[in-house]
Design a protein around this ligand. Structure first.
Ligand SMILES: [Zn+2]
Ligand SMILES: [Zn+2]
Ligand SMILES: [Zn+2]
Length: 252
C-alpha cells in the first residue's frame, strides 16, 4: 500500500493570498501547500481522500491518471470544491467514480453540486459519480475501510483506516471510542493546523499528545497553516513525527 500526500495545506492554502509572512514568502517549495488531500494505492485500486480545491493541479503534478473511489471526510469547501475534476477520470477510465461519505456529507454534496446529480441532462459533460452512505466498516473491492468519527469543532467528521494506515485531517478531538480504532498503526496522517489554539483544529502540541497515546510507528502532520516553517520547525517534533509536504510518498 502506498500513500501520496497530494496537498497538506489548510483551507486557504499556503502561501495565503496577500500574506507577506516568512513562510508565505519562503523559497522552500515545501512551504507551498495546496489544499489537503491524499491518494492511497492499495490492491490495484486508487482511492482518493477528498476532492480538494486544487485536485487538478495535484493530479497533474503527481501524475495520477486513475481514481477508482473517493472517500469524503466532510463537506467543507476546501475538501470538496475539486469534485468537477473527477470528469477527467471518468473520461480516462470510461466509467463512474464511486464516492463514499457520511449521510450528512453526501446530502451536502448533492445539494451544493445539484448539477452533477440532477437527472436533467444538459449539453455539458458533468462528473459521473455513484454515492454510498457510510455508517460502518465497508469494502471497496477487497479493501476494507473503517470509518473513524472525530470532532471538528462542533461537527462530527470522518477519518478512515485501511489496514495499518489511518488518515484523519480536520480534527479538534478524537473521542475515546475512535481512539480504540487507531491502535497498532504503521502510519498515521493527522491534521495539526498551527501552534496556537484553534476551535476546530488540533495544535501541534495536541497532535503530539495523541501520538504519545496511540504510538503509531510513523506520523505525518497535515492540514498545515502558515505558522509551520519547513524545515526550520521540523526539530520541534518527536523522532516518529514529521510535517507533510505536497507530493510526499509513504509505503505502508
Ligand atoms: Zn479543511
Ligand atoms: Zn503567511
Ligand atoms: Zn473542515
Amino acid at each position: 500500500m502506498k500513500l501520496i500526500i497530494l496537498g497538506c495545506g489548510t483551507s486557504t492554502g499556503v502561501p495565503v493570498i496577500g500574506c507577506t509572512c516568512r513562510v508565505c514568502t519562503s523559497a522552500n517549495p515545501r512551504n507551498n501547500r495546496t489544499r489537503s488531500s491524499a491518494l492511497i494505492e492499495v490492491n490495484g485500486r486508487n482511492i482518493l481522500i477528498d476532492t480538494s480545491t486544487d485536485l487538478r493541479a495535484q493530479a497533474l503534478s503527481t501524475g495520477i491518471t486513475r481514481v477508482d473511489s473517493v472517500l469524503f471526510t466532510h463537506p467543507h469547501a476546501d475538501h470538496i470544491h475539486g469534485i468537477d475534476e473527477l470528469r477527467s477520470f471518468n473520461m480516462l477510465q470510461k466509467g463512474p467514480v464511486s464516492c463514499f461519505g457520511s449521510a450528512d456529507t453526501i446530502a451536502r454534496i448533492t445539494l451544493l453540486f445539484e448539477y452533477i446529480f440532477s437527472d436533467e441532462r444538459g449539453e455539458s459533460i458533468t462528473p459521473e459519480l455513484t454515492t454510498t452512505l457510510v455508517d460502518g466498516p465497508f469494502k471497496i473491492g477487497t479493501v476494507e475501510v473503517i470509518p473513524v468519527e472525530v470532532s471538528h469543532g462542533r461537527s462530527s467528521v470522518l477519518g478512515f483506516r485501511i489496514g495499518s494506515l489511518a488518515y484523519i485531517t480536520d480534527c479538534s478531538d478524537i473521542p475515546p471510542v475512535s481512539m480504540e480504532k487507531l491502535h497498532g498503526l504503521d502510519l498515521l496522517v493527522l491534521g495539526a493546523l498551527r501552534y496556537k489554539k484553534h476551535p476546530t483544529h488540533m495544535t501541534v502540541e495536541q497532535a503530539i499528545k495523541v501520538v504519545e497515546t496511540l504510538k503509531p510507528r510513523r506520523t505525518i502532520l497535515t492540514h498545515l497553516g502558515h505558522d509551520i516553517d519547513y524545515p526550520r520547525d521540523n526539530p520541534k517534533l518527536p523522532a516518529s513525527m514529521e510535517f507533510a509536504y505536497d507530493g510526499l510518498c509513504a509505503d505502508v
